[in-house]
Write a protein that binds this ligand. Structure first.
Ligand code: MEV
Length: 408
């Protein structure tokens, strides 16, 4: 690692300080980092905060969240506190089921091949399950076979899909190994040629459904309830708003995912493809007013996360975060993440529908600007508070204040 970093330093003019910052891998031992990916020169750390007040399925959780954006942890904690008035979050899941796709081209009789593949289902599942006896012994494994015939730019394709219960693993490795293993059999049965053998990140058989009722008085009255319902209707009608609406949900989901060492690209791909499943991009949450005038929020989305394998196991900070959270299964982690996503969405919509997000946001943002303008120690808050009072939260003003306060 050191040798690589020295080369990069020479080539790019990194200073000694900059190189040292990168070389510091934080909570991740450098030998672990070096094995995790390739060409490793160091690491980059994010702050980990703990969201509080979360009650999910009648259990209290401390929720580790890692991200760079101010306000998110505070907003989640505040939303979870309001949700507690009516019992917190109720979350269910459809089980840890993933889909592995096998792409077959040049098939002479696609519909006939589909029938033949389905007739050989037991043999195909058996071959798949031979790849992971451990998973099978824990009750997981390939459970079913689905076959699609697609009409594509390159003609018809037959796509057998393995339906795999991946237990406490996110499942990409298990599913990809199975898909590769059954490919020769699939070629033999169909007479076609297999190209791709890969998991689908549209994990629509691994859904979480969270629901929470927010007491109208606890959240600011009927006008706030109406404002949030209007905000939802806006997102439902317009993909430009919907992207931001769903981004707010992912602020929570991804922050927990990073803290717990999950594959965040898979989660994002799953979320947004699921949001588009009707052919239109839609919100992952629904917000309604109930008969008593309280606000009801529901979230439904894929949540492919795991506790065994990947960084959840190899990254010591992720392992510690999972211990803080205290979840025992992958789907319990998924359920907490769904609650955080719903809480985050609520917090954003409530702020947007009332005072706007900038007041709270800018206070925290002001501290970051103060630091980048050179403030340290007690001066950070002094500079930040002054900028907030003046409503001039800008780098040039922060610089002036740092100079002014340094003199005094
Ligand atoms: C900012 O990170 C997230 C929000 O934009 C979400 C939203 O607009 O709903 C506040």
């Amino acid at each position: 690692m050191e040798e690589r970093l020295n080369i990069v330093k020479k080539l790019t003019g990194l200073s000694e300080d900059e190189a040292r910052t990168i070389a510091n891998t934080g909570g991740l031992p450098s030998d672990v980092a070096d094995r995790m990916i390739e060409n490793v020169v160091g690491g980059i750390a994010f702050p980990m905060g703990i969201a509080v007040n979360f009650k999910v399925n009648d259990r209290d959780y401390l929720v580790p969240m890692a991200l760079e954006e101010p306000s998110v942890v505070a907003a989640a904690s505040n939303a979870a506190k309001m949700a507690r008035v009516k019992g917190g979050f109720n979350v269910t899941n459809t089980g840890p089921v993933m889909i592995g796709q096998i792409q077959v081209v040049d098939v002479r009789d696609p519909q006939g091949s589909k029938t033949k593949l389905l007739a050989k289902k037991d043999d195909i599942l058996k071959k798949a399950n031979e790849q992971d006896p451990m998973l099978v012994s824990l009750g997981g494994g390939a459970k079913d076979l689905n076959v699609k015939v697609l009409s594509t730019l390159k003609g018809p394709m037959v796509v057998p899909e393995l339906i795999v219960n991946t237990g406490d693993a996110m499942g990409a490795n298990a599913v990809n190994t199975m898909a590769e293993a059954v490919a020769p059999m699939v070629e033999e049965i169909t007479g076609g040629k297999v190209f791709l053998r890969i998991i689908s990140n549209l994990a629509d058989k691994r859904l979480v459904r969270a629901i929470a009722v927010f007491d109208k008085e606890a959240i600011g009255g009927e006008e706030t309830v109406d404002g949030i319902v209007y905000a939802y209707a806006f997102a439902d009608a317009d993909p430009y708003r919907c992207a931001t609406h769903n981004k707010g949900i992912m602020n929570g989901v991804i922050a927990v995912a990073i803290a717990c060492g999950q594959d965040i690209r898979a989660l994002e791909a799953g979320a947004h493809s699921y949001a588009s499943r009707s052919g239109k991009y839609k919100p992952l949450t629904v917000w309604e007013k109930d008969a008593e005038g309280n606000l009801v929020g529901k979230l439904e989305m894929p949540m492919a996360v795991g506790l065994v394998g990947g960084a959840a196991k190899t990254h010591p900070a992720a392992r510690a975060a999972i211990k803080i959270l205290g979840v025992k299964t992958a789907m319990e982690l998924a359920e907490v993440m769904a609650a955080v996503g719903l809480a985050q969405n609520f917090a954003a919509l409530r702020a947007l529908a009332t005072e706007g997000i900038q007041r709270g946001h800018m206070k925290l943002h002001a501290r970051n600007i103060a630091v980048s303008a050179g403030a340290t120690g007690k001066m950070i808050d002094k500079v930040a508070n002054k900028m907030v009072d003046e409503k001039r939260i800008r780098f040039d003003r922060a610089k002036e204040l740092v100079e002014e306060f340094s003199k005094s």
